[in-house]
Design a protein around this ligand. Structure first.
Ligand SMILES: *Cc1c(COP(=O)(O)O)cnc(C)c1O
Length: 322
């Protein structure tokens, strides 16, 4: 199995530096008051694709051999992974195909096409889309990019370097989890540069595969019913789980309802439109706020790609400041 270290993250930072400026880390007095702690919000929603994954996409494509690049890349995803790979492919002039299951959200198809990628709609669900993507990759000699590749982990690790450089004495950091690459990167970087900072991973209780895999010490499959796209996964992935195993402090579950409420709080108290996954860290913090009174807390707003329908749900959610 691949051994990743801080060196890989430092190298990734040199790779992405010319392409992506550091994102802001802001603190909001009104939000701090509600939480009872100093909350530092890392704004990955300001990335050009609206989500943190683009750090990984650029790192991975930058490291490909010229002959691999020429044949192109392929991913199956409806969401931010698709946009990350499409963005990096355009940057490096690499042909890119994104496979999505039938009846995709037209806005998501539009976002990927606007980045210059070809969208192929195939399969009734993600697993059929995956089969099709594997076949296309085989037939055309394109590189299929999964969600838990080592370069994606070292690439997204750069955001945690930025956090600890800005606030070296952070007490605790909350990170949302789908496949687990982001939380793996967070725990890797924290253990190397801020070993006293607790890193707490967060998933939806409606899709607990990564959480349960971490608790079990082995990858498991679980029902996958969350409406929060970035957190939706039905299984654990080996590499991120292996990295998180000894480094992550804790792993918690929150309800989709609490995530919507946290999105609302970011909107009303932090001028921030977060998608569900980007507010899951704040939701977990709010659920345990008594434990962190007066502390310095980091929450990663991993993305801001909320649809209009999602924003309507957010405005109807319970007000946690209420
Ligand atoms: C993908 C994604 C996540 C989860 O990241 P993993 O590295 O898959 O665990 C969290 N938030 C957003 C906005 C995402 O797009």
């Amino acid at each position: 199995m691949t051994e990743l270290s801080l060196t890989d993250v430092l190298r990734a930072r040199r790779t992405i530096e010319p392409h992506l400026p550091p994102t802001p880390l802001w603190s909001y007095p009104m939000l701090n008051e509600v939480v009872g702690a100093t909350v530092h919000v890392k704004h990955e929603n300001t990335q050009p694709t609206g989500a943190f994954k683009v750090r990984g996409g650029i790192t991975l494509l930058a490291g490909m051999r010229p002959e691999e690049r020429e044949r192109g890349v392929l991913a199956f995803s409806t969401g931010n992974h698709a946009q990350s790979i499409a963005y990096a492919a355009r940057l490096f002039d690499v042909p890119c195909v994104i496979v999505m299951p039938e009846n995709p959200n037209p806005a998501k198809v539009g976002a990927v096409r606007a980045l210059g990628a070809d969208v192929e709609v195939h399969g009734r669900g993600m697993s059929e889309a995956q089969e099709h993507a594997e076949k296309v990759a085989d037939d055309r000699g394109m590189t299929l990019i999964g969600v838990a590749e080592p370069e994606l982990i070292s690439g997204v690790g750069t955001l945690y370097l930025e956090i600890f450089e800005a606030v070296p004495d952070l007490d605790v950091l909350f990170v949302p989890v789908g496949g687990g690459s982001g939380a793996a990167a967070a725990s890797l970087v924290a253990s190397a540069v801020a070993p006293r900072c607790r890193v707490i991973a967060v998933q939806s209780e409606s899709s607990p595969a990564a959480h349960d895999s971490w608790r079990a010490g082995a990858c498991v499959t679980r029902p996958n019913h969350t409406v929060v796209e970035g957190l939706a996964t039905g299984r654990g992935f080996d590499l991120p789980q292996q990295i998180m195993r000894d480094r992550l402090t804790d792993f918690v579950l929150v309800s989709d309802g609490r995530i919507r409420s946290a999105q609302r709080l970011l909107l009303t108290h932090a001028h921030t439109l977060a998608e569900g996954a980007g507010a899951a860290p704040l939701a977990a913090l709010l659920a345990r706020r008594a434990e962190f009174t007066g502390r310095r807390v980091g929450v990663v707003c991993t993305g801001g790609n909320a649809s209009a329908a999602e924003v309507t749900e957010v405005l109807a959610a319970a007000d946690p400041a209420g």
